[in-house]
Write a protein that binds this ligand. Structure first.
Ligand SMILES: *Cc1c(COP(=O)(O)O)cnc(C)c1O
Length: 413
């Protein structure tokens, strides 16, 4: 048994500098939410912000709101707020579309900047949509490009002068393992390649330093650690030094130099805005904006510090209180190498997770056998982690996970 007691963790919570942040979120009673890495919890003032945008801005001010309420530059304003969380300058990030679509735009732009090279290099563990988008783009271009996939720790060896772009997700979605952003970016550049980072499970989870790493491109999600709501718009980053070299493949009017001149010919806007395509999703972006305002109150360093304590605590408690039940840590033991999530493998992972969710402990399952738990320091307490592990121990002890209803696979896991 771990020497820790629940009382110890209550003391940790009392001394937690982020403790008061939980009040900014709506967390349903009797729920321990360990899935903020997939869909962040709802900030309490999001309904009010969205209602205002609907009732006052849309309802009353109608089309005047594009100017009066600044709808037209929401993508840049939200982008600037995200920039502060990921080590970018305000003019280097814009909010638009989905992560998948933003990947398409930046991959296409990158391949054009290195047109003599034909390889996109990524790792086999990358998130499927990233690989699918690369495959689709290669097919569309029909110029003999290739997606080269290697093991995550073999990226550097796979670099050569055929690589146009290295595309990696910093935080592995299954194991939480971190790639070394600055080292890999430097190696990619030494090989003459461009570097794109997917920050889906990084932005808002821990401090990211895109400028410090000299990254070229990045994309990331609004609905995970940024608490922007289901299907929230995503963001993209282009280093300032490259912005005017980008030739947008989705050359819509919102990325035009002067959208309201209604010129016949496309001329890209200067700076990051050329990466926009169509009209921004104002209501969704309003919800994202509410989430971003909370992140800024907390500060990324404090979030990281608490996140590391939480993932360390969870591993310790599972390995002591649930010893002998067949759970195997899947991912790094060194917290420096880990994002804000912890995964365990278990051959009965699916029904065990279903039973946990039935008891109000919400994590998720990733095929083939991974139980994944996300840790969001803004609204989780150390005591919650204790309680979650006790529920896990209960359902393993009384085998209540092994009921037919928990074996039935749902469409979304
Ligand atoms: C969640 C996630 C996505 C999601 O992409 P969408 O276009 O929002 O569906 C993309 N990449 C990674 C690495 C992710 O974890």
């Amino acid at each position: 048994m771990s020497a820790l007691t629940r009382e110890d963790l209550e003391t940790w919570d009392q001394n937690d500098p982020l403790a008061q942040m939980r009040a900014h979120f709506r967390i349903p009673a009797n729920i321990i939410y360990l899935d903020g890495n997939s869909l962040g919890a709802m900030p309490r003032n999001t309904p009010e912000r969205v209602t205002k945008a609907v009732e006052e801005e849309w309802g009353e001010d109608l089309i005047r709101s594009w100017n009066k309420h600044g709808w037209i530059d929401l993508p840049q304003r939200c982008g600037a707020k995200i920039a502060g969380l990921i080590g970018a300058d305000a003019g280097e990030v814009v909010v638009a579309d989905s992560t998948s679509v933003n990947l398409f735009k930046l991959l296409a732009a990158a391949l054009r900047m290195r047109s003599e090279r034909k390889v996109i290099l990524s790792d086999k563990g990358n998130f499927p949509t990233d690989l699918y988008v690369a495959q689709g783009l290669i097919d569309l271009l029909d110029k003999g490009h290739e997606l080269r996939l290697v093991e995550p720790d073999e990226v550097v060896e796979a670099l050569d002068d055929s690589v146009a772009l290295v595309m990696l997700t910093q935080t592995d979605y299954r194991s939480g393992r971190l790639h070394n952003m600055s080292a890999l970016t430097e190696q990619a550049h030494q090989a003459g390649a461009l570097m794109l980072w997917d920050l889906a499970h990084s932005a808002g989870a821990f401090p990211v330093d895109l400028r410090g790493a000299d990254a070229d491109f990045a994309v990331g999600c609004g609905y995970k650690y940024l608490n922007g709501g289901p299907g929230a718009p995503a963001f993209l980053f282009v280093a300032e030094r490259l912005q005017d070299q980008v030739r947008p493949p989705l050359s819509g009017w919102m990325g035009h130099e002067a959208p309201f001149q209604f010129d016949r010919d496309y001329r890209p806007a200067h700076g990051i805005s050329r990466n926009l395509c169509g009209t921004p999703a104002v209501l969704s972006m309003t919800a994202l904006d509410a989430g971003l305002d909370i992140m800024h109150q907390a500060g990324m360093n404090a979030i990281r510090e608490k996140s590391v304590r939480m993932t360390e605590l969870f591993i310790e408690l599972v390995e002591t209180h649930c010893a002998g039940f067949g759970f195997e840590l899947y991912g790094p033991r060194d917290p420096e190498m880990r994002g804000s999530q912890v995964s365990f493998r278990h051959e009965q992972g699916y029904p065990i997770m279903a039973a946990l969710i039935d008891r109000g402990v919400i994590g998720d399952f990733r095929a083939p056998d991974i139980l994944r738990f996300g840790f969001t320091p803004l609204y989780l307490r150390f005591g919650d982690i204790w309680d979650a592990v006790q529920v896990l121990r209960d359902i393993m002890t009384d085998k209540s996970w092994d009921q037919p209803k928990f074996h039935k696979r749902l469409a979304v896991t």
